[in-house]
Write a protein that binds this ligand. Sequence first.
Ligand code: ADP
Ligand code: ASP
Ligand code: MG
Length: 832
Amino acid sequence: MSITIHKFGGASLADAHAIARAVDIAASRGRGAVIVVSALAGVTDALLAGAREAASGDETALRDTADELRARHHAVVASLFRAAKNRRPLAKQIDDAMDELDALAHGLAILRELTPRTSDYVASRGERLSARIVAAALAQAERKSAFVDGTDVIRTNAQFGGASPDLEATDRAARAALLPLLKRGVTPVVPGFIGATPTGEVATIGRGGTDLTATLIGRALRAESVTLWKDVPGLLTADPRVVSDARVIPQLNAREAAELAYYGAKVLHPRALTPLANRSTPLFLRPFAEPEAAGTEISGRRTLTKYPVKAISAVPGQALVTVAGNGMLGVPGIAARTFGALHREGVSVSLITQASSEHSICFTVPAASAERARVSLTDAFADEITRREIDDVEVESDLATLAIVGLGMHGTPGVAARVFSALADGGINIVAIAQGSSELNISAVVSEADLPAAMRRVHGEFQLSRLGGGAALRPEHADVILLGFGQIGRTLARMLGRARQDGPRARVVGIIDRSGYVFDPNGISSRRLATLASEKERGRPLARADGGTSASTTDALAAIARHALSRPIFVDLTADDTGPLLRDALAAGMDVVLANKRPLAGALADARALQEVARAHDRRILHETTVGAGLPIIDTYYKLVEARDRVHRIDGCTSGTLGFLLSEIGRGRRFSETLRRAMEKGYTEPDPRDDLSGMDVARKALILGRLLGFTGEINDIALESLVPESARRLSLKDFLARLEEYDPDWERRAKDARDAGRVLRYVASVTRRRVEVGLQAVAASSPFASLNGTDNQVAFTTMRYQTNPLIITGPGAGPAVTAAGVLNDILGLAAS
Ligand code: ADP
Ligand code: ASP
Ligand code: MG
C-alpha cells in the first residue's frame, strides 16, 4: 500500500466552505492517506492571547474568546453537517472544550501565571477540535475515518511551548497507532502541532508546527510523499503579500527550502524538513483551491541551476547588537564569551558578522530579546569596558533580515554585488551583511521600513518573476476588494463584472460592509456579483448573503489579507473614518482607491500618516472621485505638475446639488420648490442641510488645498453656510415643513445679483495659503455663470494658464459617474 500524508493548514481551514474543499481533496485520495490538520485559521492566536490576558488578571477576555470560538465552531458544524445525529457528538465536544476553557479563565486570573505547560494545554484544543470536525466530515462523505490524537502519534521532550520531537519514539508510536487503521482502509485524521512528553502530557512543537507533524508521520510511515495543501500556489519566489509578481518555484532542493523557512518564509515550518533528511520522501506544497496544479516539489534534486537565486525571504522585528573596541584585536575568546553569554540567557542569534580587523562583532537577535542581550553582554565584558578595551555594547532596533537563497549562487560571481547595487539604486542602506560559507544564502540587514522595497528590488534584479520559463502562473490581473456596498459600490461591482477583457484586468475578490464580508480568492463571478448587489438592495447585509461571513471591517480585512492576492486594490466607498483600516490595507501590500473624502479631509496629521504608510510600503493612493466624481481634476493637477507647470490657484463649483439649486433660483424658481425637486431626483444627501451647509464643498476644497501645500485644518477654511441660523437646530421634518419661509430671502439675493448683471454660484477658492468656500455673485461673463444643472466646473490658474485658466467641466455627481471615476482609478492601478 502506498502511503501519502496530507496536511491542511489553518489558512486552508478558514471557514465551512474551505473545510468542505479540504475534505473533498482528502476524500479523493484513495487508500493509504493520512490527514493532518491545523486549528481553524486564527484559533491558536485567539487561544493564546486569551490565556495571556487571563493570566494578567482579565478573566473575561478568555471567557469572551471561549464564547467566540464556541460560536465559530458551532457555525462551521451547522453548515457542514445536515443530519442532527452527525452534529450532536461534535457539538458536545465543542462545548466541553470551551466549558473547560471558561473554567480555566478563573484559575489563571487568580494564579496570575501562565506556564508553558498550561499554555500548551489551552492551545491544543484548536487542533483537536478541527481534527474531529474533519474526521466526521470524511465519514459523512462515506470514507471510513478515525480521529487519532496527536499525543498517540508524536513523542517529544518536556520543553513545553516548543518541544522537540523524539524521532525514534515517534517512529514507533506513529506506526503502532496508524498502520493498523490504514490496513483496514480507514483514513486517520491527526491534529497537528501537538505531541506527548515522556510523562504523557500534551506539549506543542512550535508555532506552525503542523507542517512538522506531517513530515514526522511521513518519515515514520516511510510515505511516498507528504503534501502540504496551501492557500498559495506553492512555495513562491517571495512572500506574495509583499512582492506581487512572486512566482511558484516548481522544484527546490531541500537545503534551499530549509534556508528559506529558517529566514522567515512563513509557508513552511523551519524544522519541517528535518525528519525527511536522508529519506527519499518528497514534500509537496500545493494549492488547495486548485488540486490539479503541480505546486512546488521539495526534494534532493537540483534543478533550475542557471538561476543563481531562486527565492528571497525576510525576518522582520530584528535588532543588531554590536560589540566593538580597539582592545579586541588579537584577543582570543571574545567571540566565544559573547555567544556563551547569549547562550546562558537563552537568546537565539541568527546572523553573525565579524570584520577581519576584529574590531567588532555584530549579530542579529529578535527585537524582543535585544535588551536582555545587551545587559548580559555588558555584564560579561564589564572588566574590558572599564579598561576601555571594549567601547560598549550597542543595539540598533527596527531592522529586518533579508535572505537571498539559491544553490546556483555557489560559483556564480557577482551575486552579492548585484544585491548591493539593486539596494543602492533604491536608496536603501545596508546595515550589515553576511554570507554563509555554503554560498547558499546571502543575508542583508536593512531597516524594517525599507524591507518591502528591498524585497521588490532584489526580486526584480534577479528576474525571479520569470523563474520557471517566464510564464506567469496566474493571469495578469488585479484583485479588487470593495469596502462599502451602497449605491456606488453596487454600480461599480456591476461595471467590474462586465469590464472588457482586453487591457488591464481587474476582478472583485472581496466585498466588505458593516455586517461582514464575502470573499473568494479566485474572483467573485459576475453572476454572483449581480445577485449580491440585488440582495443588498433589498436590505440583506453581506454577512447573511450566500457564502457571507459576519465580521468587523478590521477582521474582514485581516481575513482577506491573509490570502495571497494578485496586486490587491482596496477601494473605500464609504463615508466613514476609515483611516486606521486604510493604513492596515496599505501595510498588507494593497494599493488604495478612495471615493471617501474623510480620510483625506480629516486632521492633517492623519492624512499625512496615510501618505506616509503608502510611501513606506511602496503603495499608491488614488482618489479622483473625492473631488469631482468622474471628472479628471486630480489627474489634471498631477499632469500639470509633471509637465513642470506651477498651479497657483484652483477655483471651482464642485457641488452638483448646490449648482442645480442656484441655477434654478437664477431662473426665477422658488427655493422651496427647487429643493424639494432636488430631493426627489436624488441629488441631495438624505438631509439636504448637509449640502447647504457647504461642508461637502469644504472637504473637497481642503483635499485640493492639501495638494497645493495648504497645511490648515477644516476649521481654518472660511466657510459660508447656506442654512439659516434659525434652521440649524430643527428636525428634518420641521425644516422641510418651513422651507417657504426662506423663499423671500433667496428671491432678494437672486434679484440683487441679476440687477448687477451677475449670477449666484457656490464657489471654492483654493491657494496654498487660503481656502474659502461660499456664495459668490459671479460676472455673467465668468465661465461659472454658464454652468447648468448638476454640472461641476474647476478652473486651474497656473504659471502657463495665467490669464486664461484651464477649465474642466462636466457632470460631477451621481452613482454612475462616480463609479466610472473609481473604475478609472482601479484600471489605472491595474495597468501600472
Ligand atoms: P498554513 O495555515 O497552511 O500553515 P501559513 O499561513 O502558515 O499556512 O502560510 C501560508 C502563507 O505564507 C501564505 O498565505 C503566504 O502569505 C505566506 N508566505 C510567505 N512567504 C511565502 C513564500 N515564499 N511562498 C508562499 N507563501 C509565502
Ligand atoms: N495552529 C498552530 C499555529 O497557528 C499550528 C499550525 O497552524 O501549524 O501555530
Ligand atoms: Mg503554517
